[in-house]
Design a protein around this ligand. Structure first.
Ligand code: ADP
Ligand code: MG
Ligand code: ZN
Length: 489
């Protein structure tokens, strides 16, 4: 946190509410059969419905409704038996119909909440969810030298808008809320939440009030900030700007601002007064959306285990420390991977140490995620289990196990093969070791005398010498025990 922000926060309390648009992972659009695949050539995934030709009729995609209800239930919202679509009218080149189909006074779901985990004294609270509704996306304009180009492929892509209560109090808390929301939606497989592709977009609302004051101040809204870090910076910028205005005896104007990540500032886009009267009309071409109890119950029964519950189960069932459980459940794919290894090698803490340590390190270095699908990465869970078994039964040392893992990643070969070919087995043969130990003791008579005279700290020195002579292949526990015996004679 900057010194300036800290100084402002000492006097003012920010109030933050977020509106998040999330693209639902359906194969086709919300009111027509066009594909939602990202990255197709411009205007190749369009039809009379999503282009809004006169006479075309929208047909609601049930898959989109199911994903929206899934998200709503996971966020603890009340899913209404009946919700209603409305046309939100505004004029913009990327909106061929001249209106966007959304939900207005009767949204799909209301009144939920999301837990945000604590982090250094921030977060650790429940943020209210005001509403969650279905809507369609608009197209995309690019402003270039040729003028403005419009790609309508995104028109009609299904979204949910998730509106939070004004419950957050610092930019960091807003960041933590977004991270928790993204994690939940990814677990649910409701959205891929890919921010680069615009699958998750956030508008950040913020006002400030003097500490100890009751009523909220006038808010501004920063639009379409395309990374969580930028949300944090944009909010910090706005908070400092609003504080400066109030300090000078001025007033905050209720307006929408646009974040410029390059300049690091939020510039006014339009006064809220003008835009506020979006004219909403009921959508005459769509029936009200009915989600009856049976459907809702069916979707509820299919809800996957969410990250918080899964972490709690890892503590309970696998006896992991809370910290480990938190790290291992960060993504659903990582948690699945961890459990796939534990299934095959029943030492949950040892597996946790390896997954959190070596496996995550390797994945990081390779710039990929740990996952089982579409193919297991960075190594198949069976192979990792086999490796840990070789270590557990003393065939290889911990150091050798790390080497073998690197070789597994590089070559894709099984750990047993690598151990054999590289001759990495630990020498656990007592006769072979006894010879090495004798050689070391013979070579260091002074140290032996010193040890026997009471300098027992020299044991480590002898162990080191034996390990060196055996090229690190000796079983260290065994060397330790045998050395103690020999030196006690
Ligand atoms: P608008 O009418 O400007 O769209 P809404 O009442 O729909 O405002 O709220 C939009 C978002 O702004 C919500 O996330 C809400 O929590 C947040 N919000 C509302 N009032 C304030 C305020 N005074 N300060 C900060 N955020 C606010
Ligand atoms: Mg609003
Ligand atoms: Zn279409």
């Amino acid at each position: 946190m900057s010194g300036r922000l800290a100084e402002v926060l000492a006097r003012y309390e920010p109030v933050i509410g977020l509106e998040v648009h999330v693209q639902l992972s359906t194969g086709s659009k919300i009111f027509c059969g066009c594909s939602t695949t990202y990255g197709a050539p411009p205007n190749t995934q369009v039809c009379p419905i999503c282009l809004g030709y006169p006479g075309s009729l929208p047909v609601l995609n049930e898959g989109a409704v199911e994903l929206a209800v899934t998200a709503a239930l996971a966020l603890g919202c009340t899913v209404h038996e009946r919700s209603v679509f409305a046309r939100k009218n505004y004029f913009y080149p990327d909106l061929p119909k001249g209106y966007q189909i959304s939900q207005f006074d009767r949204p799909l779901a209301t009144g939920g909440s999301l837990e945000i985990p604590p982090e250094d004294g921030e977060g650790g609270k429940t943020v209210g969810i005001t509403r969650l509704h279905l809507e369609e996306d608009a197209g995309k304009s690019t402003h270039g030298e040729e003028g403005t180009l419009v790609d309508f492929n995104r028109c009609g892509v299904p979204l949910v808008e998730i509106v939070s209560e004004p419950d957050m109090r610092t930019p960091r808390e807003a960041y933590l809320y977004l991270a928790a929301l993204k994690q939940t939606l990814e677990y649910l497989e409701v959205s891929d939440c890919n921010m680069e592709e615009g699958s998750l977009r956030c508008d950040a609302n913020v006002s400030i009030r003097r500490r100890g004051e009751e009523p909220f101040g006038v808010k501004t809204e920063v639009k379409n900030v395309n990374s969580f870090r930028f949300v944090e910076s944009a909010l910090a910028f706005e908070i400092e700007r609003q504080a400066e205005l109030l300090d000078e005896g001025g007033e905050v104007v209720h307006e929408t601002r646009l974040w410029d990540a390059v300049k690091g500032e939020a510039r006014p886009m339009r006064a809220k007064e003008e835009s506020h009267d979006y004219r909403y009309f009921p959508e005459p071409d769509l029936e009200p959306l009915d989600v009856n109890e049976a459907w809702r119950e069916e979707i509820a029964a299919d809800l996957p285990e969410l990250p918080g519950a899964r972490a709690a189960r890892f503590v309970d069932e696998h006896g992991l420390p809370g910290y480990d459980a938190g790290v291992l459940t960060r993504t659903r794919a990582l948690a699945d991977y961890y459990e796939a290894v534990v299934e095959r090698f029943d030492d949950p803490k040892e597996v946790a140490n390896w997954v959190m340590g070596e496996v995550l390190r390797i994945a990081n270095e390779e710039g990929e995620e740990v996952a089982l699908e579409p193919e297991p990465r960075p190594v198949p869970p069976e192979d990792l289990a086999d490796l840990l078994r070789l270590k557990a039964d003393g065939t290889i040392s911990g150091t050798a196990a790390r080497e073998v893992l690197d070789a597994m990643v590089e070559t894709g070969r099984a750990p047993g093969e690598i151990v054999e070919e590289e001759g990495l087995e630990q020498v656990s043969d007592e006769d072979a070791l006894a010879e090495e130990i004798d050689a070391v003791l013979d070579a260091h008579p002074d140290e032996v005398a010193a040890y026997r005279g009471g300098k027992e700290g020299l044991l480590g020195f002898f162990v080191g010498q034996v390990m060196r002579r055996t090229g690190g292949s000796a079983n260290p526990q065994l060397v330790n025990r045998m050395l103690r015996q020999r030196l006690a004679e």
